[in-house]
Write a protein that binds this ligand. Structure first.
Ligand code: ADP
Length: 342
């Protein structure tokens, strides 16, 4: 509006009078206020940009006001989003720090548990082995003749200490596996000989349990790369489970032969036992898991053996799997890598 004072028209220029004088005198080329807000006609906020330029010959000032509300609103929103993002990033940072601290605490607790289990198991093992040794000595009658009641009592004592020793040894293996301290001595092994040795060791157990036992070792098996003691442990575990979960009169078959892959050798243990329910097959082999069917036979256990067996097989570079039908029986398969893979 002509004649209206500039500062009344554009109060945003208050405080910049010196620049306005320079502008009017042609000493300043332009003056810009990139963004300011005004209240619009309907009371809503408007964002504007102001540009002032000198008129040629010192004849006043041009004043341009541009409505940039759309851009202004976007910029406002952008700034708000940026602030929100910064808040979220801070919160995430705090959560991350909490997680790292919680993880450290968990690891410490796990270490304490592993150390405790390992120490307790070591402490239990020596007196248990001594007890078992004395039971053996008495049963051999080196300390005098036994009557049948004494023999029965000693046999019960020996079975009990055997079971305890097995649990204690499994706990020790578990702590070794968890700490990544299970060390294998890998050497070329004659799997046929190892399978036959395990069969010899287990035949009396099957006879006592009134189970039939067959062994089938394919001729001329190539050597595998394995830790002899641990292979024996793997075979023992599968054979002992086959016996435990098969009622009297059942059949157990131990086989060693070629595997589907030419770089491996396959060992299997089949039984005609209680089997595993179909809905529990995928949980078998997890720590401390026992199938429902385990209660159908008088087989005590804690669900450690299969987990350790599977871990040992994997440490050897092999695989463990099984097929089972409830009430019909199970077959456990294990592969070992050949010492000289073709
Ligand atoms: P445990 O025998 O001490 O319970 P394992 O880890 O050796 O522990 O086995 C875990 C579970 O797997 C057993 O409790 C049993 O339910 C099932 N299982 C293992 N082997 C057999 C088998 N040959 N037949 C039927 N069930 C089996």
């Amino acid at each position: 509006a002509p004649g209206q004072p500039l500062l009344e028209l554009a109060p945003e220029l208050v405080g910049r009078e010196a620049e306005l004088i320079d502008l009017a005198a042609g000493r300043l080329d332009r003056l810009e206020i990139p963004m300011f807000s005004r209240v619009g006609a309907a009371g809503q906020p408007r964002y504007c940009r102001m540009l002032l330029k000198p008129r040629a010959g010192g004849a006043g000032i041009f004043l341009f006001i541009e409505d940039i509300t759309a851009i202004g609103e976007i910029q406002q929103r952008l700034m708000q989003s940026r602030n929100e993002l910064r808040l979220l990033a801070d919160a995430l940072d705090r959560k991350n720090r909490d997680l790292v601290a919680a993880n450290l605490e968990l690891r410490k607790l796990a270490d304490v548990r592993t150390t405790f289990v390992s120490m307790a198991a070591h402490e239990l093992r020596t007196p248990l082995a001594v007890m078992r040794g004395y039971a053996d000595m008495l049963l051999d009658e080196t300390l005098g003749d036994l009557n049948s009641a004494q023999r029965e009592s000693l046999l019960t004592l020996r079975r009990g200490s055997d079971r305890l020793l097995e649990v204690v040894n499994n706990l020790l293996d578990l702590t070794r596996l968890e700490a990544g301290r299970m060390e294998l001595v890998m050497q070329p092994q004659d799997m046929g000989a190892l399978v036959r040795a395990a069969a010899r060791e287990f035949r009396p157990l099957f006879e006592t349990a009134c189970q039939r036992f067959q062994v089938a070792v394919a001729p001329d098996l190539p050597a595998v790369l394995a830790d002899e003691t641990r292979v024996f442990q793997i075979l023992s575990n599968l054979l002992s489970n086959a016996s435990k979960y098969t009622p009297a009169g059942g059949l157990i078959v131990l086989r060693a032969g070629p595997a589907p892959s030419p770089a491996e050798l396959l060992v299997s243990v089949r039984d005609t036992g209680v089997g595993i329910p179909a809905d529990e097959l995928d949980r078998l082999g997890s720590l401390f898991f026992r199938a429902r069917t385990a209660n159908q036979v008088d087989a005590r256990g804690v669900g450690l053996g299969l987990y350790i067996t599977n871990s040992l097989v994997q440490l050897h570079g092999g695989r463990l799997w099984f097929e089972s039908h409830e009430g019909l029986g199970s077959t456990f398969y294990v592969t070992f890598l050949l010492a000289d893979a073709p």
